[in-house]
Structure formats: C-alpha cells, structure tokens
Design a protein around this ligand. Sequence first.
Ligand code: AMP
Ligand code: GLY
Length: 422
Amino acid sequence: MKVLVIGGGGREHAIIKKIKENKSVDKIIAIPGNGGIAKDAECIDIKATDIEKIKEYVKNESIDYAVVAPDDPLVLGLVDELSEMGIPCFGPRANAAIIEGSKVFSKNLMKKYGIPTAEYEVFDDMESALAYLETAPIPTVIKADGLALGKGVIIAETREDAKNAVVEMMQNKKFGKSGENVVIEEFLTGPEVSVLSFTDGKTVVPMISSMDHKRAMDNDEGLNTGGMGTIAPNPYYTKAIADECMKTIFEPTIEAMNKEGRTFKGCLYFGLMLTPKGPKVIEYNCRFGDPETQVVLPLLESDLLTIMQATTDGTLADTEVKFSDKNAACVIMASAGYPQSYEKGFEMTISDEVSDNVFVAGASLKDGKLLTNGGRVLGVTSVEDTLEKAIEKSYEKVAKIHFDNEYYRKDIGARALKALED
Ligand code: AMP
Ligand code: GLY
C-alpha cells in the first residue's frame, strides 16, 4: 500500500512511524514532511495548505490512503478534494472540521445540545464587546473565532487587559479575519485533560488520556506555545470521569454533529477542564494534538492504519483499539526564543542509542546533516512501566541529544507526579 500523510511536524512523524508498523504498507509519502521524517517517508516539498498543488501531485501517484493531520488543510477542505478524486482519507470534511475552525460554531453547538462548556457571549462588533466587558466577571477569556496558530486565546486578569485583547483582535486585526468575531467566555479552573478519540461518525473510541504543558517556561510560566511536553495517561482522568465524559460530552458531540448534517470522521480531540462543577469542554480540535500524539501513539498496541481505515469505512465498532497500560512522557526540545523569534540551522546529533521514539518536529536535511529548522525541534518520548521512570528516561535521552540554542522545560510531568502522590 502507498500511504500519503499531509503535515510536517512531530505529530506527523509519530503517525508515520506507527503506520509503518503495518506490514502491508510499502511506501509512505509525506507532504511536506521534514528532514527527520525523510528517514521514514519520501518527503515532497509542497505546502500542506496548497490544495491545488497537492491535487496535481497525487493525480500521478496511485495513493491507496491519505491522512490529513493539520487543522488548516482540514478546514480548507483537503479531505473533500482527495475523496472526490477517489482517495480514501483519514480526517473530517470541511463542514465538520468547522468544529475547530470556528469557535462561534463550536460554542453554539454545545449550547444547542447541552454539552457542558464555559458560559459565553459572541460579538461581531467591537463597541458591544467593550461595553460587555465593563461589567463582565474578571478574569475573563477572549477567543478569536477562527484558527490563530494556537495564539487566539487570551486569559485577561484585568478589565484593561480584556479590553486591549478585544481591540487587538477586532480593530488591529492581530489574527486577521480570525478575529472578526470574538467569543468572550467564563474563566474556568481545574486540571486540563486532552482526550483524542477515533470516530467514524457512529462510534466514538477515546484514546488514552494525556496532559499537555502549554506554557514556555517551568511552573507554567511564560507565553503559550503549541505545547512543550506531554504525559499519558493523565492521572486526573479517572475511570469515573471518563465514563461521565462519554455520556455528557463525547457521544452527545458525535450525535450533535450528525444532527447538524456535519458527520465527523477522523480524530476528534476533546480539550477538557475538570472543573469543580464537572468536566467541561475548553476546545475541540478536528485532528490529533501535537505533542499529545507523541505520547498517545507509542502506547497504542493495535494497528493504527487499520483503525484509521475503519473510521473512513464506518466499521470502527468492529475494530480493536487497544492501549498498553504503560506510561509515556514526551519532552519537547525547542529552539531558545520559541514561541517568539529564534535562530535556526544548527546541526543536531541524535545517536542510534537514543533515537527510539524521538520524533522530529522542525529539521531540515543538508548534505546528510540534520539541522534545526523550527521552534519546536524534537519530541523526545519514552515508554516505561511508571510515569516516574518514563519522565526520567526522556530526560536522560534529552541529555544525550545536542544542538546549539537548545531549550526545554525541566518539569514535564511534575504536576502529574504530584497528582499521583496526593
Ligand atoms: P487553546 O488555544 O484553545 O488550546 O487555549 C489555550 C489555553 O487557554 C487552554 O489550554 C486553557 O489553559 C486556557 N483556556 C481556554 N479557555 C479557558 C477558559 N474558559 N477558562 C480558563 N482557561 C481557559
Ligand atoms: N497541544 C495542543 C494542540 O495540539 O492543539
């Protein structure tokens, strides 16, 4: 089989390594992939969002199955286009990817179907948003409606900050069209849990839970990033909470999307907050999380490609999805300066001894050398019997990998370990 994977980060590397375990796969093509992915797939230098070029390319390749991993090509309708060309795909069509593509859509969906989430108001003009903020409870949360590279959410601790955020989004167009509409919502508290799920639009199968570390610096300080590390499973996510989420959130969401005529197939990511009033949805993503995937997939014991195909074919109920009972930890090695400006082009050395479960996020290949080429450079994952050992092992591996300007958080998993002690 020839499999196409769209995307070029650590998440895609983890997906590709797992798909490779299927014996019937003889070739994987990545668009665009990256210098590290090039070890495991043929990388074609086309942007993941260049739908026309991708269509042109696949016309002459006999692709048996395609996986569209990032949010933007999904929202732009790449699955629709490839499906129409006769290529079976993993991922939602554009009319379902809107669950991530528009926060106004997802909030209104949750309200209409009684799915627990933060209270909110939607604004399409700045004056009303500013007037509302005069009396809104503080802290408050301002969200740009559309995709904003994970930066469109501002937690405002003061009324002043909240107003500034609205002006930045709606007047100064900081996030372009994405900020034309804003959601202003209730500030929730509690541990966060990421639950990725497989769904064929009828059955929803949650994967093992995980915990992201979004802030750039130790002790959850500094700017929000795409994610600086993950652990799985998430100790806060007990069996009782999982059962409750299935009943109040996962199944109702799949049902709601069907009722709206927007059947969702692929990976639906539930970003949850376990509040004192029960689990609530913070956000939906229409795709695998990054770096959640780098801890979730190494724990998957069943065949990933078979499960993906079952989501396309509608046979998920009859397909085995089994996770190991071990623990995984992933430490992101980034370029110093990320998520703002950083230098790139530094050579990295990853010896064979530590390369197992090292996922390459931002690298280019030049004269056989792997050079840093992004903010997040590597995801260094370990799988061990206990969380403590997995964290320890990942940091041992990190210590043996080198590149100039490397930066990583030293406390990935510390909060989860503490939760296990309590
Ligand atoms: P997002 O970019 O949507 O993943 O949001 C970034 C982060 O903002 C989330 O991981 C939460 O930590 C935080 N967040 C989003 N919405 C809320 C909320 N209503 N209350 C408290 N924190 C929130
Ligand atoms: N790690 C968070 C995300 O993928 O959106």
